[in-house]
Write a protein that binds this ligand. Structure first.
Ligand SMILES: Nc1ncnc2c1ncn2[C@@H]1O[C@H](COP(=O)(O)OP(=O)(O)OP(=O)(O)O)[C@@H](O)[C@H]1O
Ligand code: SF4
Ligand SMILES: [Mg+2]
Length: 394
């Protein structure tokens, strides 16, 4: 993945073309194999996370599924519940203050929320791995990085020390750390931030996980290093076939690596669908706002656009649409009536009481969301308008 300045929609279109060509070459036996491959490795249903002393659910009815080798990008502004969703799946919520109050998460047939702490910790670092935003929260400053990587291999794979060290060395090579033999014996503080994050990626991949959750893995790094680390994660994901949940603010990266995108706002998924649909035909006013910078996208402009206002704190989340205080399309009913996700296209759903929003893609919506009207025309090709099934009028 290069730090391209191409329009993401263009890159997506090219990817779609590549898929079409591949699909026409598929033999019947491959179809059966691919059907097994497409079975979800993770299915999350109606996940609700609550915290003591906070009336509103911090994660409120989140559902999605992820096929093997697929990449789901979760986007949304700060405080939308992305990390709590990831932590809930990993069994790493700060219990008992923060806990899963409802919902199911099936990982390859295992009900994650019904597993004991012991069972979950056996799964973590083995079949499910996570890369956090700040590597120093996960690396122990007192131990050499090679020993820390080897430790997870010994624990989960039962290899001897020498073999585990050899595998740790291979992993450092795989994450493209220069002079890996030397780095094996380095302490975390002797490495740069970018190198520490590469060590974290090596550690996460140590046991060939089937699911990798990367929660804004590059936010603490400078822009050039961010691109390199995300490129590395995407390359490794493609090579290994690991399913990936990537939480990121970088729309350029989303366009490049995502199969599906979930847009979160104030604890809820407000829109989700195939990446092409989200970029070419966004159906939630919030998504339209986030995509505001699209036409001039580059690595730097690729971050989420700024929408006037900010995500209200959970204490102000009411019963209706939580985006209502910032939405140029809000009506009185939006404040009291909860919009549920409804299908707006194949595999594409949005939660807005005023679907389809095409009718409102006018100057008012676009300028208020900080998006130039021409940009919206670019996002949503004229020929496509009005062809999508929808169930609710304005
Ligand atoms: N332990 C806690 N107790 C109370 N509220 C919490 C707790 N942890 C998180 N929250 C609140 O839950 C909401 C979601 O938090 P979360 O960390 O999941 O957001 P996020 O989408 O990951 O944001 P960011 O992009 O800043 O990482 C926020 O409003 C946050 O303040
Ligand atoms: S439900 Fe109402 S407030 Fe919410 S996004 Fe739709 S129009 Fe805006
Ligand atoms: Mg977070």
């Amino acid at each position: 993945m290069a730090a391209s300045t191409k329009h993401p929609g263009k890159r997506i279109a090219e990817r779609g073309l590549a898929r079409d060509i591949v699909a026409s070459d598929v033999a019947p036996s491959d179809v059966a194999r691919s059907a097994a491959h497409d079975r979800p490795i993770l299915e999350v249903q109606d996940l609700v996370v609550t915290a003591s002393g906070v009336a509103a659910a911090l994660v409120d009815g989140v559902s999605f599924s992820l096929a093997r080798a697929q990449t789901l990008c979760i986007v949304g502004e700060s405080g939308c519940g992305k990390s709590l969703t990831a932590l809930a799946l990993m069994g790493l919520l700060a219990r008992p203050a923060v806990r899963v109050a409802r919902g199911r998460a099936q990982f390859d047939g295992h009900a994650l929320f019904e597993m004991s702490d012991r069972e979950l910790s056996d799964l973590r670092g083995d079949r499910i791995a996570m890369v956090f935003q700040e590597p120093m929260t996960s690396l122990n400053p007192a131990f050499r990085v090679g020993d820390q990587i080897a430790e997870t291999i010994v624990r989960h794979r039962g290899l001897g020390r020498a073999e585990a060290r050899e595998r740790a060395l291979q992993l450092l090579r795989r994450v493209r750390i220069p002079a890996p033999e030397k780095r094996l014996d380095a302490y975390p503080h002797q490495l740069s931030g970018g190198m520490r994050q590469r060590v974290m990626v090596a550690m996460a991949l140590a046991n060939d996980p089937e699911l990798l959750i990367a929660d804004e893995p590059t936010t603490a790094l400078d822009v050039t290093i961010q691109a390199q680390i995300l490129e590395l994660i995407a390359d490794l994901q493609r090579d290994t076939g690991t399913a990936l949940i990537l939480v990121t603010h970088d729309l350029g990266v989303v366009a490049e690596v995502a199969d599906r995108v979930a847009v979160m706002y104030a604890g809820r998924i407000v829109e989700q669908g195939p990446v092409e649909r989200i970029f070419d035909d966004p159906q939630h006013p919030y998504t339209v706002g986030l995509l505001g910078s699209l036409p001039s996208i580059g690595r730097r402009e690729g971050r989420l656009a700024t929408i006037p206002g900010s995500v209200p704190p959970p204490s102000r989340w009411g019963p209706g649409c939580r985006f209502a205080s910032r939405c140029p399309l809000a009506q009185q009913r939006c404040v009291t009536q909860r919009p549920e996700l409804e299908q707006v296209g194949e595999g594409h759903a949005a939660a807005c009481l005023r679907l389809p929003i095409d009718a409102h893609l006018d100057t008012r919506l676009s300028t208020q969301l900080g998006t130039h009207p021409d940009a919206l025309r670019d996002i949503r090709p004229e020929a496509d308008r009005g062809t999508r099934p929808h169930t609710r009028g304005t």
